[in-house]
Design a protein around this ligand. Structure first.
Ligand code: PLP
Length: 451
């Protein structure tokens, strides 16, 4: 294999993963990292050494096809040349600036670019480093702009794990140990799931939304923000029925609440449009971006309509919401390269087409398998939902079994869904026809044998 083709290769497994080098690293890691962070056993994980395009190479020399895009970050492919060049030349000039005091010049260019990419004129941005922080910014902004701290979020939502974002994340595993620390002014409405709830899914959910907007949060706080993922990512690529998001936007607006689109996972072309909101009919006041924004360099953004963002008081010398790495030059330079590439390489259109092909091909290969309840997605956010024979019960833990079986054959996917019953695919847009076909064949076999 030449290095030139690294990125567009099919998998090549030299030693059964995890090989000896990965297993040795897992032992060393277990001795130094908090035991909560990296799960390891005889069959998981592999340690990455290098990556390009849709390929990852591990410490044992195994070469994988990455259909995770590394949590969706590598939308353009791992180590996209434009991102590497932008980071290299920025690092020559300025590695770190003083975000909110003496800002790096490149920060201005990025924020102008983000303003122009938004659906409204005069957008303003607060930069940060992680998706969770962008969500924190959006929640604070909405509270300032409306004077109401209550939030409406959705069952199954994932918005991050910092205390503010965890309060609007709906996963008992993550919440339970910290429940006394979580803000209680959050109402959770059902996310409409036609696979589970049939044709009435949207109506039931909108009724719950309406009631919560009228009544306020469980602790009585009036609701000032509705936060929603245009497609629920970590819940397993859950796509709401047509028309739901536009009705949600109208209900929120009618009740004087702001709409926060958490596009950390869905944004920047992954779902077939610059913002997935456009495709699903959501009309946000605030947009959160992260993951793919830096092409692998950590950077995130909360972008809002000008008048909404102007609820923040003018700085009198101290910003009341900032952080050391706000507007980090390497992140800003990388994000500019990503935004340019998303536009110049028509990433949204390609993601839409490739996602359509991938879903159709998975449906064909998985048809007839009783445990496959649904193959769905929007653009390159795709889920294979696995269920028990009764057609109602999620097949708990099945997606992890599929992910392990696929790993052995050199294909990386992740489990998603509250019950670990959805195999999630969020691949790079740089996926060749051969890679796509290989991925589908391998997944079909893994689902048949391991689910
Ligand atoms: C929709 C969504 N919002 C927020 C986050 C949190 O981002 P981060 O892990 O960068 O804090 C995630 C992460 O998966 C996400 O999927």
């Amino acid at each position: 294999m030449s290095d030139r083709s690294f990125g567009s290769e099919l998998p090549s497994i030299e030693v059964r993963p995890p090989g000896p080098a990965s297993r040795a690293l897992a032992r060393r890691l277990a001795a130094v990292e908090s035991r909560n962070v990296t799960y390891a056993d005889d069959a998981w994980p592999v340690f990455w050494e290098s990556a390009r395009g849709a390929n990852v190479r591990d410490a044992d020399g195994n070469l994988y096809l990455d259909l995770t895009g590394a949590f969706g970050v590598a939308l353009l492919g791992h180590g996209h040349p434009a991102v590497r060049e932008a980071v290299r030349s920025q690092a020559e000039a300025l590695v770190h600036g003083m975000g909110d005091v003496h800002p790096p010049a490149v920060k201005v260019r990025l924020m102008e670019r983000l303003r122009d990419a938004m659906p409204w004129k005069g957008a303003r941005t607060v930069l940060s480093t992680t998706g969770s922080e962008a969500v924190e910014t959006a929640l604070k902004t909405a509270a300032l702009a409306t004077g109401r701290t209550g939030v409406l979020a959705f069952q199954g939502a994932y918005h991050g794990l910092t205390l503010g974002s965890l309060a609007v994340t709906d996963r008992p595993l993550f919440r339970a140990p910290f429940s006394p620390r979580l803000y209680p002014g959050v109402a959770f409405a059902p996310f409409p799931d036609p696979t589970r709830d049939g044709a009435g899914a949207a109506t039931g959910s909108l009724e719950a939304v309406h009631a919560a907007l009228e009544r306020g949060a469980p602790n009585g706080d009036p609701i000032g923000a509705v936060i929603v993922e245009p497609v629920q990512g970590r819940a397993g690529a859950r796509v709401a029925p047509d028309g739901f998001m536009s009705r949600l936007s109208s209900l929120a607006r009618g009740a004087g609440a702001l709409v926060i689109a958490d596009e950390v996972f869905t944004g920047l072309g992954r779902c077939g449009a610059m913002l997935a909101s456009e495709r699903v009919g959501l009309t946000p006041d605030l947009v959160c971006l992260g993951k793919a924004l830096g092409g692998g360099i950590p950077i995130s953004a909360c972008i809002g309509r000008g008048p909404v963002m102007d609820a923040w008081p003018e700085s009198g010398g101290e910003a009341i919401h900032t952080s050391t790495f706000l507007g980090h030059p390497l992140g800003c330079a990388a994000a500019l390269a990503v935004l340019d590439t998303v536009e110049s390489e028509g990433v949204a259109g390609r993601a839409k087409r490739l996602g359509g092909t991938l879903v159709a091909s998975l449906r064909r290969s998985l048809s007839g398998l009783r445990c496959v309840r649904d193959v769905r997605g929007l653009g390159l956010m795709i889920g294979i939902e696995l269920g028990e024979d009764d057609d109602r019960t999620p097949r708990a833990g099945a997606a992890a079994r599929v992910a392990r079986a696929a790993l052995e054959e050199g294909v990386l996917v992740l489990p998603a869904g509250e019950h670990g019953h959805v195999v999630e695919l969020t691949p790079p847009v740089e996926l060749s026809e051969e890679q796509l076909a290989f991925g589908v064949r391998t997944l079909a076999r893994a689902v048949r044998e391991a689910a």
